[in-house]
Design a protein around this ligand. Structure first.
Ligand SMILES: Cc1cc2nc3c(=O)[nH]c(=O)nc-3n(C[C@H](O)[C@H](O)[C@H](O)COP(=O)(O)OP(=O)(O)OC[C@H]3O[C@@H](n4cnc5c(N)ncnc54)[C@H](O)[C@@H]3O)c2cc1C
Length: 509
């Protein structure tokens, strides 16, 4: 095999000719791995069990409404742009996005309504007028500490492998070691937030960021404060055409690079000989290959795909799944000026809500409700005079709960809450409805239990137990996606594919 390896400005550019790469799954990380491998010169085949690409990043249309089925919040758009640039394309010719002048609307039952913005000055002003000037003065410190946590640790925890010595062989690692006492590693996010804020509503608002990776604020470590920096420091966006444009534009790019997609092809088995990957079996047919990037859930891969002689990573496979969700997609007659792109209706007791998710495997009867309305920005997502509501609550992963009994109760509780907040009976305005629950998420993506983000970060060691991006004992076996390092969410999945393919480019010969 011909291999050229050039390391420039921390970016690996390699060309591997004749390497036959199989990618299992076309989630956002699978697409990214396929593009990176194709740019490096490999012959890439993507096997996807569904009839569409994108995994959780997909959409559907019903009765004139368009809905993004999965993610609604888009951060770090440069990670998508990087893939176009790597392929020698101008990202703006293929993929564009809105930035928005409001981060989120928040609603509490006592009538408090409050919005956050991408500008610090404006947030200080609105917090002063809704809470107190003392609380407002802490906001600047909070955001600056979140930025510090993010900037110090992301090169180690997000952008590189935690399982390679080279990640830690930099002088900057000393800065991180010195900062450990202030990183919030030994307190929960809730405890960390209480160091900054006194008002329970502000604590709840900043606790919510734990859900961005499917965790509980009462268990996830305080370092997760860094997630606020993604939203407030680096900005939130909505792709033009909706979230599914991320997966669709990347699919088009992959096709342009010669990647072959085998849709409707469920991989049943990965074959290795003497600890070297040699093929994938899909729809009963064996396809020879030299390298496999597994984009499916790690637990699914070990339970169903990998040969039994490959050693199981026990601690990793025992990790708790992230939370899942119940989502109602409602086409709504009318328009609601008090709602924006992102809206949160907080529960009265966040601790009880997360205890129920965590310990009872149940939903809390007063759940926090998230309403996302892309038609606020993308006018064609709903007919004139209508809105497309994506209405979501967090629930535990599927452990065999009686979802068919739970779902009508959840729907009633959501409707009661929205009726009260918006002062109107919502149910008659629902023109069309679809539902996604942990079972259907699992069925459509093979994510065990319908977990949204792979494994949770409810343990301070979670990052270290997440599956590495390379299986060190097997030649040519790599992992990318939400259940592998560095974890779930669109940006981290894109990073996981970069780490996995960089590793492949450095190692294979
Ligand atoms: C409702 C919801 C809301 C979310 N909100 C956000 C958000 O606002 N922001 C954010 O950043 N993230 C969000 N996420 C999480 C985000 O969508 C995921 O972390 C990310 O998209 C996962 O990508 P992935 O690469 O791990 O692959 P997945 O999307 O999990 O896809 C895996 C793919 O592999 C295929 N596959 C699996 N096994 C096989 C097999 N044996 N053979 C062939 N194909 C196989 C599946 O069919 C699937 O297409 C949300 C997710 C959901 C469901």
């Amino acid at each position: 095999m011909y291999l050229v390896f050039i390391k420039m400005k921390n970016q690996t550019t390699t060309s591997i000719n004749n390497n036959r790469v199989a990618v299992v799954g076309s989630g956002i990380a699978g697409l990214s791995a396929a593009i990176r491998a194709a740019v490096a010169g490999a012959k890439v085949h993507v096997y996807e069990q569904n009839s569409y690409t994108g995994g959780k990043v997909t959409s559907f249309e019903k009765d004139g409404f368009r809905f993004d089925a999965g993610p609604s919040l888009f951060t770090l758009p440069y990670l998508v742009d990087d893939l176009f640039k790597l392929a020698g394309e101008n990202p703006r010719d293929h993929f564009n996005y809105h930035s928005h002048d409001k981060v989120c609307n928040y609603f509490w039952r006592d009538g408090t309504r409050f919005s956050m913005y991408p500008q610090l000055d404006k947030n200080i002003e609105v917090i002063s007028s809704n809470f107190s000037t003392m609380e407002a003065s802490r906001v600047a410190d909070y955001f600056s500490d979140a930025a510090k946590k993010y900037n110090l640790t992301s090169p180690y925890f997000l952008e590189n492998s935690l399982h390679k010595l080279s990640t830690f062989m930099t002088l900057d690692v000393l800065k991180v070691l010195r900062a450990i006492p202030s990183l919030g590693l030994f307190s929960s996010l809730d405890e960390e937030n209480k160091k900054y804020f006194k008002d329970p509503k502000l604590i709840q608002l900043f606790n919510r960021y734990a859900t961005y990776n499917g965790s509980s604020p009462f268990l996830t470590p305080g370092i997760m404060q860094m997630i606020t920096h993604l939203e407030h420091g680096l900005g939130t966006y909505l792709p033009r055409g909706g979230m599914h444009e991320i997966s669709q534009s990347l699919t088009k790019l992959a096709l342009k690079l010669g990647v072959e997609f085998h849709l409707g092809h469920k991989v049943e088995k990965l074959t290795s000989v003497q600890n070297k990957m040699v093929g994938v079996q899909a729809n009963g047919i064996e396809h020879p290959c030299d390298t496999v990037f597994v984009n499916s859930d790690v637990k699914h891969a070990y339970s169903h795909l990998l040969p039994p002689e490959i050693k199981r990573p026990k601690k990793t496979l025992k990790q708790e799944p992230s939370s899942s969700a119940l989502i109602f997609y409602w086409g709504i007659k009318g328009s609601f000026p008090e709602l924006d792109l992102h809206n949160i209706f907080f529960s009265d007791d966040y601790q009880k809500e997360f205890d129920a998710i965590q310990h009872n495997g149940a939903f809390w009867e007063d759940p926090t409700v998230y309403v996302n309305i892309t038609s606020k920005l993308e006018k064609t997502d709903a007919p004139i005079g209508h809105e497309n509501w994506f209405v979501m609550i967090n629930v535990p992963s599927n452990q065999g709960q009686a979802w068919d009994d739970i779902i009508p109760k959840v729907k009633k509780s959501i409707l009661d809450r929205l009726n009260q907040e918006l002062g109107i009976d919502i149910e008659p305005l629902i023109m069309t409805e679809e539902l996604l629950d942990p079972r259907s998420i699992e069925r459509k993506t093979s994510s065990v239990g319908g977990a949204l983000y792979g494994t949770s970060s409810n343990d301070r060691m979670a990052a270290f137990f997440r599956h590495p991006n390379k299986k060190s004992s097997v030649h040519g076996l790599y992992f990318c996606g939400g259940s592998a390092h560095p974890g779930g969410g669109v940006p981290l999945c894109l990073l996981s594919a970069k780490i996995a393919t960089d590793w492949w480019l450095e190692n294979d010969e």
